[in-house]
Design a protein around this ligand. Structure first.
Ligand code: ZN
Length: 466
């Protein structure tokens, strides 16, 4: 499944050159050229944001995503955004775009990427108070909630942010930071064992050579669903105040990338003193605190001299075992997106980005096409009584076992959204239920199947080889 282009890149990497060569068609020529390019390449960066709030008249009716059917948007509390950070250590930039959206299928991501000479990562925030761009939460069960006019608008607005970020590339300096303050865990409730959070905040902050801010990318993991299922106002949820606070503290454009949000990483069950559930106050508090901690970490962060970037992506093919997913495809809820292949699989991208300092990875980023259970990121898989596949081997934990760089990010819903990615040994679609539970655990109903985790971690094991 490794494409030719990917082979080239892997070999460039192994030879110690510092950039991917997708845009160069002849390998020998590329190798001769590369040494010169990377030696003289200067680190550059640019950032931009565009609004993706729907026009309720023009794009409507807009159904809010993430809970039940027929939750129609009645107004706007705060704007939704596409926020992009472009970085380049050679001719070909890498662009990271975070979008206040429930999820964007790879079909729409491909439309974003069309025609750009750049490696573009588009990750949805998984915002449960944003329009249904996936089709699962329409007027009634079996009716798609997608507004094609809105999806097209989102794609166009992301493209516009990508273009502005690339056009704005200027000589820049980078700083990396991380913090794992215990307060971060108090914002997350996990209602399915094992209780694991991937709650570290990792930040990449960029300024121009003269110190003026370009932007800061923050990676953390929690469902943006603080407002719950009764709210009908469009909002970015906690990321709204995260952006605002981060931009106040550090300037430039704030970009957020959500992480391993699976099974279940949610503010809904978290109890915060003095803050009522399902309120904007609670959402604001969470976003503000995460941004304050990120900004403080950046001030103490490590300046890095980025002299190379690396991007690789591979399509994987996962058997669709979930009858609900098969029905949704048959009912065309996704409106032509996410086709089931002739062999019963669904295809999704898995990828890796590396930023290099003196040729060595200083930041590694895993690109995960869905909602990863955090034990698949930081470790902590448990074999419980009642498991459907008690003999399944434990998958490697991506950040813990597969990465080696001092800074490690994991972007969930990156370039696709296939639902929950559950460790195979924790898969539980048949009674008896895990850990002696009296009823079915929540999770499998929103997962493509038990092979998702082994296939995705298997691909990453290859892609993350040093
Ligand atoms: Zn979710």
């Amino acid at each position: 499944m490794v494409g030719v282009r990917e082979d080239w890149r892997r070999q460039e990497w192994r030879r110690g050159t510092h950039e991917c060569v997708r845009h160069v068609g002849v390998r020998l020529f590329a190798l001769a050229l590369l040494a010169a390019v990377s030696a003289s390449a200067e680190f550059r960066a640019g950032a931009a944001k565009t609004v993706v709030t729907p026009d309720l008249d023009k794009h409507g009716p807009i159904y809010l995503a993430g809970f039940g059917n027929n939750r129609r948007a009645t107004g706007v509390h705060d704007d939704l955004y596409a926020r992009c950070l472009a970085i380049a250590a050679s001719k070909r930039p890498v662009v990271f775009c975070g979008v206040d959206s429930i999820g964007l299928f790879h079909d729409d991501v491909k439309r974003v990427r069309e025609g750009f000479d750049a490696d573009i990562v588009v990750a949805a925030m998984h915002d449960h108070e944003s329009p249904d761009t996936m089709g699962l939460w329409g007027q009634a069960q079996g009716k798609s909630g997608i507004s094609e006019a809105y999806n097209t608008f989102v794609v166009d607005q992301i493209r516009s942010a990508v273009k502005s970020a690339i056009d704005g590339l200027q000589p820049a300096r980078a700083r990396l930071a991380k913090t794992h303050d215990p307060e971060l865990d108090t914002f997350i409730d996990d209602d399915r064992p094992p209780i694991v959070h991937d709650s570290e905040v990792i930040a990449l902050s960029i300024t121009r050579a003269d110190g003026t801010p370009v932007g800061t990318l923050v990676n953390w993991a929690n469902h943006p669903e603080t407002l719950g299922s009764k709210n009908t106002l469009l909002t970015a949820d906690y990321p709204a105040s995260l952006y605002k606070t981060l931009e106040e503290k550090l300037g430039g454009v704030a970009v957020f990338m959500n992480g391993a949000v699976g099974g279940m990483q949610s503010p809904l069950g978290s109890k915060l003193p003095g803050l009522k559930d399902n309120t904007f106050e609670k959402a604001n508090f969470i976003g503000k605190r995460v941004a304050e901690m990120a900004a403080a970490a950046v001030k103490e962060g490590r300046p890095v001299e980025i002299d190379g970037t690396y991007f690789v992506e591979r399509m994987v093919h996962i058997p669709v075992a979930n009858p609900g997913f098969q029905l949704a495809a048959k009912a065309d809820l996704y409106k032509g997106r996410k086709p089931v292949n002739a062999d019963g699989t669904s295809s999704a991208p898995v990828g890796v980005v590396r930023l290099l300092e003196r040729g060595q990875p200083v930041l590694e980023i895993a690109l995960i096409p869905g909602e990863l259970y955090p034990e698949l990121s930081v470790g902590g898989i448990v074999k419980y009584d009642g498991a459907d596949f008690p003999d399944a081997p434990f998958e490697p934990a991506i950040k813990r076992d597969l990465m080696s760089a001092p800074y490690r990010m994991l972007f969930g819903l990156a370039d696709d959204e296939i639902g929950y990615i559950i460790p195979k040994v924790e898969w539980d679609n048949q009674a008896p239920w895990l850990n002696g539970a009296s009823k079915r655990w929540y999770g499998e109903v929103n997962s493509v199947g038990p092979e998702a985790a082994p296939i995705i971690t298997g691909a990453l094991k290859e892609l993350l080889k040093p």
